[in-house]
Design a protein around this ligand. Structure first.
Ligand SMILES: [Zn+2]
Length: 312
């Protein structure tokens, strides 16, 4: 089969996609009676599915188990989710404990296809509530764009592993997307630089911004819920303690999130006398047409919202 040369760096996405289409039309294996020769990839969350779409292009049919706005920590799979896994050629997850329900679902599906965790090999932070203990890791790696770039390389490698003829396409698409992520990372650094250091303080619904804080120079003053939202319900005492920390640290605003519901953060803000701004999009993309219907859109929206709210 003819191999396409790797497109030069900076080649337009359209050309890269066209190259992918040529490969499919020219030499994709015959479909197994389902009328679609594309590789079927199931990603757990909408953020990961967006990365797969960017790297897979037209060669890949991408599906996410969770819907926009859905909370991965507390997700409860239904039987049709097992069927979605058993129909897939490749299953991608974040790992680091984001999807505690996935191992059981994978076993229930009877699927023998690879389940790849894209956080594997990344430097992990311990989950805040587990600091000093063994075990739980903080899964919110996508909030450090440099870790996101490494995870996108793992997406590329996983696709290539199950679909070797797509290697050229996946490599070119990943290169183009990682260039966009590099630009995003630089833009965030520039935006944050406009904030006085003493204003770079975050309070959110759950503890999702530790990687972001580490990379871009924020302090996470606190959150209502720990790193995982599972089975956690803050007490009146927790609310008062967080409000106290907000006053003590001079935090200008607090940010609810799209994946958590409830008005408890409003109570915290009222108690502390600060503004509620958001919601931010955190563990899941927003619905199609929202400013956060892609990972790039999500990061732009969150950073603009945070910087505007914390600016003096
Ligand atoms: Zn989370």
């Amino acid at each position: 089969m003819p191999r396409l040369p790797a497109p030069p760096f900076g080649m337009s996405r359209g050309l890269v996609l066209a190259a992918g289409l040529t490969l499919i039309v020219g030499c994709a294996p015959a479909a197994d009676g389902r009328g679609d020769a594309r590789l079927r990839v199931v990603a757990t969350t909408t953020i990961l599915a967006d990365w797969v779409r960017n790297v897979g292009g037209e060669r890949v049919q991408t599906d996410s188990l969770l819907a926009p706005g859905e909370d991965a920590h507390a997700f409860e799979p239904i039987p049709s989710d097992a069927r979605r896994l058993s129909d897939a050629d490749l299953i991608l997850a974040f790992g680091f404990g984001l999807e505690p329900w996935l191992a059981d679902l994978h076993a229930a599906s009877g699927s023998s296809v690879p389940l790849v965790e894209v956080s594997e090999g990344l430097e992990a932070r311990p989950a805040a509530e587990e600091e000093g203990e063994h075990g739980a890791l903080d899964p919110h790696v996508w909030f450090d764009v440099r870790r996101a770039m490494a995870a996108v390389e793992r997406v590329r490698d996983a696709l290539t592993e199950v679909d070797p003829p797509g290697e050229t396409t996946y490599r070119a698409n990943a290169e183009a997307y990682i260039a966009e992520l590099e630009a995003l990372d630089e833009w965030i650094v520039e935006q944050v630089a406009t904030l006085p250091v003493e204003r770079r303080k975050l309070v959110t619904s759950h503890d999702t911004f530790a990687y972001f804080a580490e990379r871009y120079g924020f302090v996470v003053v606190g959150s209502l819920l720990p790193t995982s939202t599972e089975a956690a319900s803050p007490s009146a005492q927790d609310i008062l303690r967080l409000a106290e920390a907000i006053r003590r640290e001079g935090v200008p605003a607090v940010f609810p999130e799209n994946v958590t519901t409830g008005s408890l953060l409003n109570q915290v803000a009222e108690e502390a006398g600060v503004e509620v701004v958001g919601p931010l999009y955190t563990d899941a993309l927003g619905p199609a047409g929202s400013p956060a219907d892609t990972y790039l859109g999500l990061m732009h929206f969150d950073v603009e919202t945070i910087v505007a709210a914390l600016r003096p």
